[in-house]
Write a protein that binds this ligand. Structure first.
Ligand SMILES: [Mn+2]
Length: 382
C-alpha cells in the first residue's frame, strides 16, 4: 500500500476529508496517521445534503431547528479541522428551491449569512473558509449560492478568511471560467479550485479530459497573477488550494486520479512556458493576433519530457501511471474486495473509515454511482 502513494504524494501532499463519510473517533490520531504516511489532511468538507432533515435546505432552511443542526455540524467540522491540522473548511451547499414561491429567497440569504457568521467566528486564525457556488442541481429553480458573485459577496461580508472556491463544473455552458478566475485573483478572493471537466452539466469527469485548453487558460491567469505587481495578489495566487472533485463511475478510481493530476501538471507547465514579455509587448502594440499567438503557442508545446525530467530530479517515477500499474497495488486491492467492504461499512455506519480501510479510495464528494445508490437506499430506509 505504501509504495504507490509514496510516489503520488510527490504532487499531492494532502487528502481532503468529508464528514461524516470519513468520520472517525479520534481525529488527532487520524492527523498523526496521515503524517506518518507523509501526507497531511487537506480541506474538511462538511455534508449538509445527505441527511433527510436537509431536504428543503440546511443553513437556508426556514426551520430554525434545521439551521441549528446545520450550523452545529459546521462547527463540529471546524473542530475536526483543528484536530487533524487542516487549514481549510470547504463549503458547498445544496440549498435551493425547485419552484417559484417555494421559499423566501431574500430571507434565505440572510439565514445562510447568519449561520456562516457564527462558523466564521470559530475559525482558527490560520484557517480559511472556502465558499463554493453552483448554479443549479440539486435545486432546479434557484440555488442560494448560484454563482461566483454571490459567493464573493458573502465571502466579503464574512471577512478576510473567507474566500471563493471555483468548481470548474459549476457554470452555465459557455461561461468564461478563466475570466472569473482572473477577476477573483484581482480581488484577492480566489481561495481554491475543485477541478473536473464536463461536456454537458456537472459531469465530474477527469480534469482536462474534455477541454484542456480551458484548463490551460485558467493556469495562464494564475501564472500571470503570480507575476503581478501587487504583493498580495502574488501571495494569493501562490496560495490557491487545488482540489479534485470528480466522480469515477466506470473508470478505475486511482488511475483516474493519477490521470487528473498529470493533466493538471501538464497544463500548469504549459502555462509557465507562456512568454509573458512577448504577450505584454503584443498587447502594448495592440497586436491582437500576436498576443493570441504568444499564449496559444505555449499550449502547443509538448511538456512531457520536461515533466519527466522534473519528476526524476525529485526521485519520483518519470511516468507515475506506469509506476502505479507496475506496483501491483490495483490488483491487490481488487483481490481484497475493498469497494464492497467500503459499501458495506457505509451502509452500516455511514463511515468508510470505521472499517479500518484506507481513506483515499472514495475520495471525491459525489464519488460514484455506488455512493449515490447508498444514499438513496439510506433515504428509502428512513
Ligand atoms: Mn465541488
Amino acid at each position: 500500500m505504501r509504495r504507490p502513494f509514496t510516489n503520488i504524494r510527490g504532487a499531492c501532499p494532502a487528502v481532503a476529508i468529508h464528514i461524516p463519510w470519513d468520520a472517525t473517533e479520534n481525529y488527532g490520531e487520524l492527523g498523526a496517521y496521515a503524517a506518518s504516511k507523509g501526507i497531511r489532511i487537506g480541506a474538511v468538507n462538511p455534508n449538509l445534503f445527505q441527511d433527510e432533515a436537509y431536504r428543503l435546505g440546511s443553513v437556508a432552511n426556514n426551520k430554525e431547528g434545521v439551521r441549528r443542526k446545520a450550523t452545529g455540524h459546521l462547527l463540529e467540522c471546524v473542530d475536526i479541522a483543528k484536530a487533524v491540522g487542516s487549514d481549510a473548511l470547504s463549503l458547498w451547499f445544496a440549498d435551493g428551491t425547485n419552484y417559484p414561491g417555494q421559499a423566501p429567497i431574500r430571507q434565505r440569504a440572510n439565514w445562510m449569512q447568519a449561520c456562516l457568521e457564527e462558523v466564521y467566528a470559530k475559525l482558527a486564525p490560520d484557517m480559511r473558509m472556502l465558499i463554493e457556488y453552483k448554479f443549479y442541481e440539486p435545486a432546479f429553480y434557484h440555488t442560494d449560492l448560484a454563482d461566483w458573485g454571490m459567493a464573493f459577496n458573502l465571502a466579503n461580508k464574512l471577512g478576510p478568511q473567507a474566500e471563493v472556491l471555483v468548481d470548474t463544473g459549476h457554470h452555465a455552458q459557455g461561461a468564461n471560467i478563466e475570466h472569473i478566475v482572473a477577476y477573483l485573483l484581482n480581488e484577492k478572493k480566489l481561495g481554491g479550485f475543485h477541478f473536473n471537466s464536463r461536456k454537458y452539466g456537472d459531469d465530474d469527469l477527469i480534469v482536462g479530459a474534455m477541454n484542456p485548453y480551458e484548463l490551460f487558460l485558467i493556469f495562464y491567469q494564475i501564472v500571470d497573477a503570480m507575476r503581478d505587481g501587487d504583493t498580495v495578489v502574488r501571495q494569493k495566487a501562490a496560495n490557491i488550494a487545488y482540489m479534485i472533485d470528480q466522480s469515477h463511475n466506470i473508470e478505475e478510481k486511482i488511475p483516474a486520479m493519477i490521470r487528473s493530476v498529470l493533466n493538471v501538471q501538464t497544463q500548469f507547465a504549459k502555462a509557465l512556458l507562456i512568454n509573458s514579455q512577448e504577450v505584454r509587448l503584443a498587447q502594448e502594440r495592440q497586436d491582437v493576433l500576436g498576443a493570441e499567438h504568444a499564449v496559444r503557442s505555449a499550449f502547443e508545446q509538448d511538456v512531457t519530457p520536461l515533466l519527466e525530467a522534473f519528476r526524476e530530479e525529485r526521485g519520483l517515477p518519470a511516468d507515475p501511471m506506469k509506476a502505479f500499474y507496475d506496483s501491483g497495488y490495483l490488483n491487490r486491492i481488487r483481490g481484497r474486495g475493498i469497494i464492497i467492504a467500503i459499501a458495506k461499512a457505509m451502509t452500516n455506519s455511514g463511515s468508510p473509515a470505521k472499517a479500518g480501510r484506507p481513506l483515499f479510495v472514495l475520495r471525491s464528494r459525489k464519488d460514484s454511482l455506488l455512493q449515490k445508490i447508498i444514499r438513496l437506499r439510506g433515504r428509502s430506509a428512513r
